[in-house]
Every structure is written in C-alpha cells, then in structure tokens.
Design a protein around this ligand. Sequence first.
Ligand code: TYD
Length: 144
Amino acid sequence: MNRPTRYTVDDCKVINLTKYTRPNGNLTVVENNHITPFDVKRVYYLYDVPAGAERGGHAHKQLQQFVIAVSGSFDVVIDDGNKRRKVSLNRPFRGLHIRQGIWRELENFSSGAVCLVLASEHYDEDDYIRQYDQFVEYIKEVEQ
Ligand code: TYD
C-alpha cells in the first residue's frame, strides 16, 4: 500500500463561501468538486447537541470533510500529532476543510447549533482511529 500523504493542521483551510443576500433572506451554495476540495459521497449533520457535550474525538485515515456551522456555532479542535489549532465556526457561509489523518474534536456547541458535514467517503468504521494514543502511533508510522 502507498504511504498516505501527511497533512498538517495548516493544510486545513477555512473556506469562505459566497453569501447571496436578498431582502427576503440569504442563500449560500456548496457545489460538489467546485467549492468542495473533494468529491462528496456523504452528507450528515449534528444537531440537538446538549450544552457541554463533545463530538468527534477521532481521526480518519482516508476521509476528508468539509464542516459548516449552518446554524449557531461550535469550535473544531484539529490536531496533526505535532500541532493543535482551534477553529471557531459561527457563520453559515464559512467551512473548514479537514484533511486526511487529522484528529478532530467538536466542542462548545451553542444552543440550536447545526453542524453540516460533507464527507469524501461512505461510512467506514475501519477508517476511524478512535484512541488518541493510536493516532499518535499512526502518525509516527506515516512519518517514518
Ligand atoms: P461518530 O462518527 O462517532 O460521531 P461524531 O464524530 O459526530 O461524534 O458516529 C456516531 C454514530 O453514528 C456511530 O454509532 C456511527 C454512526 N454513523 C453512521 O452510521 N453513519 C455515518 O455516516 C456516521 C457519521 C455515523
């Protein structure tokens, strides 16, 4: 198997989307492959997250995601094994591209927040690394 490309938190960019403002409301569009930096195979959303709850707490080996706070706000902590960065998402016209091999934790959800996730792969539990110490080991292997 080919060695996976090693991405860092600095490769995880916040992408501003166009906001079409009209007197009767705003509209933002996310077009597959055009706006998203990958082909979208799956869409899911997190909602009704209780105050103080955390989501994520894992990394993916192959999966990339584009994460948008379509309502409310939350923080995404991303970690490449060497560096951690916190990105606050609080606008429906802004998304975070999370690259492969990045640990993520989603926290500090506001009341009514909705986290929309566009994913590059179908759901595959084998692609998850759910223990941080295993993630650190994985990164060491990839970096060798
Ligand atoms: P998980 O990825 O752990 O959620 P989060 O990262 O937001 O904390 O998934 C939670 C549960 O939902 C887990 O039992 C697997 C299931 N699930 C699916 O069946 N399909 C999916 O596409 C996703 C994202 C999760």
